[in-house]
Write a protein that binds this ligand. Structure first.
Ligand code: F6R
Length: 360
């Protein structure tokens, strides 16, 4: 049931404030973050493995675990990890992120780590899935059924649970006191409200998408935890609109991809006002100097400060920088959705793709 929406993807995008609120309610109590069986004090490293969008959630989480909890994290895509058969420290934990819980490569990677690490943890939507059943600890993301092949609420619910894990790791490892935790949790609690604001951008996004639909190639740029979001924005766009898109870390631009820029190439710049904002803006100006068509996504101050001369901009509410990837996922998803609509492609069931990839 599409609940009055034209596509499951639109419905699932709109559901995000609600499901994220429920996920927070599930894991939070007066005592703090409830994740039985996870004491991060005894773990020396996380090895996170997933495919596609779920692997980008892992890449965002790497910044969080490292910065908030001082916990080293390795991220790999499952199809590479399983055959590389990397050595693993016995005090490390492996973490598998999967919406379906049935992705063949992710499951094989999980089985590879089983006797080699101290704990196998999964972050899944389908609690009865193989990946959930074969883990020592399975954390549900509580997104509800995701029908659209392109993952939306699955991604942001994965990020929400991973953010809670990173905060728990910070507390367990003595990196965060009760006041700091309360402040971070308050920021998480603000997410659903901020997402509701982001959803109001639908008409603006649709107008921009009408032009994006004409493009042959589109680049997405971001730094820090916005770099994996650039990868996610590009994946979502190519999946459902079939336009060639690539995400890059802004700092990599001058190491090659800037050669692609001309007046025909739209460049989506994901630039929340974080510690790296000035650097991202300076990369954006390099794109503009080569006549690239910049779509700047930032908050009001960010757009005010750097928006002169950009092709288009989208203004989001201000957010604590560490959580920006969760909020900025929404305009990225909406851009993909509206561009696909403008192109007339099959949004919920894109060609060549399956919702659950149970063969390698
Ligand atoms: C992209 C997408 C895929 C999945 C990937 C992993 O929108 O949906 O990239 O994220 O196939 O699937 P799960 O999370 O079920 O393991």
């Amino acid at each position: 049931d599409k609940g009055g929406y034209k596509h499951f993807m639109a419905k699932e995008i709109a559901e995000q404030p609600g499901v994220i609120g429920s996920a927070l309610d599930h894991y939070l109590s007066d005592a703090g973050i409830e994740m039985p069986g996870l004491d991060f004090a005894v773990c020396d490293r996380l090895v996170m493995v997933a495919c596609g969008t779920a692997s980008y959630a892992c890449m965002v989480a790497k910044y969080w675990f490292e910065q908030l909890a001082g916990l080293p994290v390795e991220v790999d895509i499952a199809s590479e990890f399983r055959y590389r058969e990397p050595p693993l420290s016995p005090a490390s934990w492996s973490v598998f992120v999967s919406q379906s819980g049935e992705t063949a490569d992710t499951l094989a990677a999980l089985r590879y780590t089983k006797e080699k690490v101290a704990k196998v943890v999964s972050v899944v939507n389908v609690s009865t899935s193989s990946i959930a059943r074969e883990s020592d600890v399975a954390l549900p993301i509580l997104a509800g059924v995701e029908v659209s092949v392109a993952s939306t609420k699955g991604f942001t619910c994965q990020l929400t649970v991973l953010a809670l894990m990173a905060l728990k790791a910070a507390v367990d490892r003595g990196r965060m006191d009760a006041d700091q935790l309360a402040a971070h949790l308050a920021h998480l609690r603000n997410l659903p409200g901020l997402m509701n604001h982001a959803l109001l951008l639908g008409n603006d996004v649709a107008r921009i998408a009408a032009d994006l639909a004409e493009a042959q190639d589109i680049l997405f740029l971001g730094r820090g935890p916005m770099y994996p979001l650039a990868l996610e924005g590009a994946l979502k766009l190519k999946e459902i609109s079939y336009i060639h898109a690539e995400g890059y870390a802004s700092g990599e631009l001058k190491h090659g991809p800037i050669a692609l820029i001309d007046q025909h190439v739209p460049v989506v710049v994901l630039a929340p006002r974080d510690a790296l904002y000035e650097k991202t803006v300076s990369n954006m100006q390099e794109v503009m100097a080569r006549h690239g068509k910049v779509l700047l996504i930032s908050d009001a101050e960010g757009v005010h400060e750097a928006g002169a001369g950009v092709w288009r901009s989208l203004t989001l509410p201000r957010i604590e920088p560490w959580l920006a990837p969760v909020l900025y996922a929404l305009p990225a998803q909406m851009l993909a959705y509206h561009t696909a609509i403008a192109k007339g492609t099959d949004v919920d069931q894109p060609r060549n793709l399956a919702k659950s990839v149970t063969v390698e």
